[in-house]
Design a protein around this ligand. Sequence first.
Ligand code: GTP
Ligand code: MN
Ligand code: MN
Length: 425
Amino acid sequence: EKPGLELAVVSVPSYACQRHTPLLHHNTILTDALSILAENAELSENEGRGVAFRRAAALLKSLPQEVRGAEQLRGLPCLGEHSLRVIKEVLEDGVSHEVETTMHSEQFKAMKALTGIFGVGAKTADRWFREGIHNPSNLQRSGHTLNRAQRIGLKYYDELNLPVTKPEAVAIGQIVERAVHAVLPGAEITLIGGFRRGKQTGHDVDFLITHPDEGREEGLMPKVVSWLEAQGFLLYQKTTGNSYLESKEGPARPASNMDRFERCFSIFRLSTDNEGREIQTGDGPQTYSPTLTNTDPHTHSDTHPHSKTDSHPLPQTLVVVGDHAQKVSRVLGHSQCSGPRSWRAVRVDLVVSPYSQFAFALLGWTGSKLFERELRRWAVHEKAMTLSSHALYDRKRMQYLRASSEEEIFAHLGLEYIPPCDRNA
Ligand code: GTP
Ligand code: MN
Ligand code: MN
């Protein structure tokens, strides 16, 4: 056989947070197969099984070359019996019977379609599936009472399942920046989640907001949300966080150990008007053209008479050309709303963190989900430390370890620094 097949000679560390995992790797056929099984396990609420498949896939993603035979996998960590069996099958037959069966099963297809509705989790989807509801149209006709998130999720089903592109993420970022700076000058906005890891598309866009003067960030989210709402940028929002609860529901609640940041799950209304200007998607240079869009009958100017006299500029227009634009307009053209329109719905997550916790929040919200899980597992099992998106606690020295950068957190944990683009585990 060809040289270079002795792939396992270099030892591969067993925690994903010890490895570089780029977005593009050499074993996509294998990792796609394992991801289906992971997804199926997660949809069946079998978390342990899901993690096992995810760990096996992440190991393959970190390998420096394509695996061509099962013998190359000897000595590698993270590959359980089940994952190995699937890998061998794919290597030998090109497909795995189990993966094919799973992919084409009514249950898997239905669970994917139903959990693809914003606001619908595995539990709800499973209940509906067992009532014979297999897709959004079944649900629509079922007469089930839906909550506000689910109603919005159903209404914008197609476009919320259309990937968000990098140019769209950048355009959303400009809107978020305007909103944040309007209510708190000097605040800093960072793109987090998959886009920070270098992904070219995402299921949403995630932002972390902070201010160098600790304390200034308190209560920021409701103000940002009000500004966005007044400008007509929001189709949906659900804000959670201490200050919000204080202002809306009286005395502060006991703080939990869980994420206590101010957060906002939202759906933005992003203009996609093409008024002769150009934006290139793909590899070319990207330029953005702010234009006024108050001719759009859907804009807020109908319902918010103040907006025209407002000193803030009107919603910015994103002009996208090429393949993605065609896909977007096809979906918008077929939407159940009022015919073709010049904006699309985009899922956006906003998080506000105090400056002293910024590095932890940045690390915790950049992902990937498996990379985060592995960091926390490493901290507990190898270092007797507890890592969260707020802090790092050393249980032996019984003290919190401060950090003002991700590099410092990796150093505290005794790990080589892994840049965001290599956290795609
Ligand atoms: P796409 O959006 O599909 O491109 O992938 P993504 O990696 O951006 O995923 P997502 O937006 O779901 O999450 C981004 C990061 O935020 C991930 O690392 C998650 O682990 C993290 N995250 C999501 N929800 C929570 C949460 O409730 N608490 C904390 N601490 N982290 C979260
Ligand atoms: Mn994301
Ligand atoms: Mn998100």
